[in-house]
Write a protein that binds this ligand. Sequence first.
Ligand code: C5P
Length: 254
Amino acid sequence: MTRRRRVYEGKAKVLFEGPEPGTLVQYFKDDATAFNGEKKATVTGKGVLNNRISEHLMLKLAEIGIQNHFIRRLNMREQLIKEVEIIPVEVIIRNIAAGSICKRLGISEGTPLPRPIIEYCFKSDELNDPLVSEEHITAFGWANPLELDDIMSQSLRVNDFLLGLFSGIGIRLVDFKLEFGRYYEGDEMQIILADEISPDNCRLWDAATNKKLDKDRFRRDLGGVEDAYQEVARRLGIIPEGGPGDLQGTNAIQ
Ligand code: C5P
């Protein structure tokens, strides 16, 4: 790992130069952070689980024609991805009120929203990822209007698909965050889905009990963070043969 060129280090992932031009290696750390890095901890096995969960969801999305950066998983913690020019906007899709929308608009947690609501935040740690409007995005040139339309329609398709997928395994998809990037191939440019989709950036509630199976367990000190992520992986059918215990071992999901 030390000999590879580190292209970017985020709170939960590292990007290294890939083996071929136009590729990167995305490494999933066990580090968990919340409140813009103010709260930090290590959640053993989180990186392994997120690598696997994100792979699974990105492959399913590719099957329905949502182009994304995932190429293939390399090992327990790494996946090969297409290099994209990240659009500096976090796209949040909400089905049920939770988290910041509750505080901002005085809605109680768990209230179903009349329809999926898309919000945008400017990606900036210094500014704490502020909420922005489409006007800001196009006026400041973070994305042009056509790109933004594309991002919005892809986000709604991802939401429709994931709502169904999670509902089939007894999970309510409350909300989630997506990132998109410009992928250049010859003269062509395409907006594709990037980053990751995992319990780190989704709110997932058990359909029967509303038990939180996502990063809110860490944010709110609810305990059982790793167990919750494992439960999501297990329901998605991606826990290895030996059961959750295998995730700790050296032979864990390869
Ligand atoms: O905090 P908030 O309620 O706005 O988060 C909405 C959704 O977006 C949650 O699923 C959260 O995990 C995700 N999110 C994220 N990264 C951020 C902000 C929000 O993954 N920087």
